[in-house]
Design a protein around this ligand. Structure first.
Ligand code: RM4
Ligand code: MN
Length: 387
């Protein structure tokens, strides 16, 4: 078993993008709770995200959602991020909150509605040009609720056509990233429900189109690490939206519901060459409905770091030997040995060697930032879904 110190250089390469929406208020369809100090605009969301990076060294970029994070002057937002030591990352499009999109956006039967949705993506590409972002991430809320309601095949064909039009606008150094999700808000069928559909759609577009795997977007019991392996094998795993879930798309703190699953996923990422590889972006897609938001994000990136460290500790030489000789129990023992290794004290010491606090959460809580935003951010409207 190798020690943490042996894998430290690989740990230093870790970067996890934060979602701007984690710093605004969110909730369920029953209630969105407000909370003191919550960011009121994209500038304040970036300031909060920068705190996470400051204490963990793990989160150098922030993803934006358009129009939630639309500002007059994206150059100013970019400079603001830069001044705070972070950069703007992935641009997420949003075609799920306009009345016209009730029955679809990129798949709608009405060409005018499809064009509106395509134009929104063109606008997102302009934002990317201003922010210096590489990735346009598309998640579609499209589908139907009742059998017979929609022409499944027709929608898939219109989706292909709309995506091709958007892809043509993508710059040389930009990518189109298509995210899948098995259900919700549509309950009978979803137009991009699984990795296979996303793969088929992006493969038809070209090299700069890849798949986003959101860990909360599968049916319970799905072997997600198998999908990770397959997409890496096919060269189409573009990014992760990390979060955890118990039942549906819960968007809870990554590693909270099933740390072992996170370990298994990260093991396949590493084995498949997706770790420390700029082609595979690590992002969080979470909401902190009842817990504090900045600490929630700190806990999340630390969970990913901790499980990455454990996955890096797998003795792959011994594992391969056990696999090839058919030693079932020994292979499983080697795998589990790494999973059960407590790396927390070693990680704390390693952080200090890099000028970071041993305990980022404690350092943040002691910094006074939370008290400061709670007293300063009075008046105005707190950011939330749709704002
Ligand atoms: C979706 C999907 C997207 C995220 C939105 C807010 O379920 O996961 O990635 O942008 O939620
Ligand atoms: Mn997502």
């Amino acid at each position: 078993m190798s020690r943490l110190i042996d894998v430290a250089p690989q740990l230093a390469a870790q970067a996890i993008e934060l979602p701007s929406w984690a710093f605004g208020n969110s909730g369920t369809r029953f209630k969105v709770f407000g909370s003191a100090g919550t960011a009121r605009d994209p500038f304040e969301k970036i300031a909060d995200a920068a705190q996470v990076h400051r204490y963990t060294g793990l989160a150098p970029t922030v993803a934006l959602h358009i129009p939630w994070d639309k500002v007059e002057d994206f150059d100013a937002l970019r400079k603001h991020a830069d001044d705070l030591g972070v950069a703007l990352g992935t641009i997420n499009s949003n075609t799920f909150q306009d009345d016209e999109y009730k029955l679809g956006a990129l798949t709608h039967t009405d060409a005018a509605v499809r064009q509106k949705a395509i134009d929104h993506h063109f606008e997102c590409i302009e934002v990317m040009n201003a922010t210096g972002s590489r990735d346009l991430k598309i998640w579609l809320a499209e589908g139907s609720n009742y059998p017979g309601q929609a022409d499944l095949r027709g929608r898939q064909d219109r989706l292909a056509e709309s995506l091709a039009t958007i892809y043509e606008r993508i710059g040389e150094n930009q990518r189109l990233v298509l995210e899948y999700k098995f259900f919700e808000p549509a309950f009978y069928h979803t137009d991009v429900p699984d990795w296979g559909t996303s793969y088929a759609q992006v493969a038809a577009l070209g090299e700069r189109a890849v798949v986003c795997l959101d860990t909360g977007h599968h049916a319970p019991g799905t072997n997600i690490e198998f999908i990770v392996m397959q997409l890496l094998r096919l060269g189409k795993l573009g990014s992760f939206d990390f979060n955890s879930r118990f039942y549906a798309d819960d968007d809870l703190i990554v590693g909270a519901a099933d740390p072992f699953q996170l370990f298994r996923i990260l093991f396949e990422v590493i084995r498949g060459g997706g770790y420390g590889n700029p082609d595979v972006a690590f992002m969080l897609d979470q909401c902190h409905n009842i817990e504090q938001k900045i600490p929630g994000q700190i806990r999340s990136v630390l969970n990913v770091q901790e499980m990455t460290a454990r996955a890096l500790l797998v003795d792959t030489t011994a594992l391969t030997a056990a696999q090839e000789s058919g030693d079932v129990l020994e292979a499983n023992r080697i795998f589990m040995d790494a999973f059960y290794t407590d790396v927390r004290a070693d990680l704390a010491a390693w952080r200090e060697t890099r000028g970071l606090p041993a305990d980022p959460m404690e350092a943040y809580l002691a910094s006074g930032y939370q008290q400061q935003i709670e007293s300063e951010r009075v008046g105005g409207t707190q950011a939330g879904w749709g704002a």
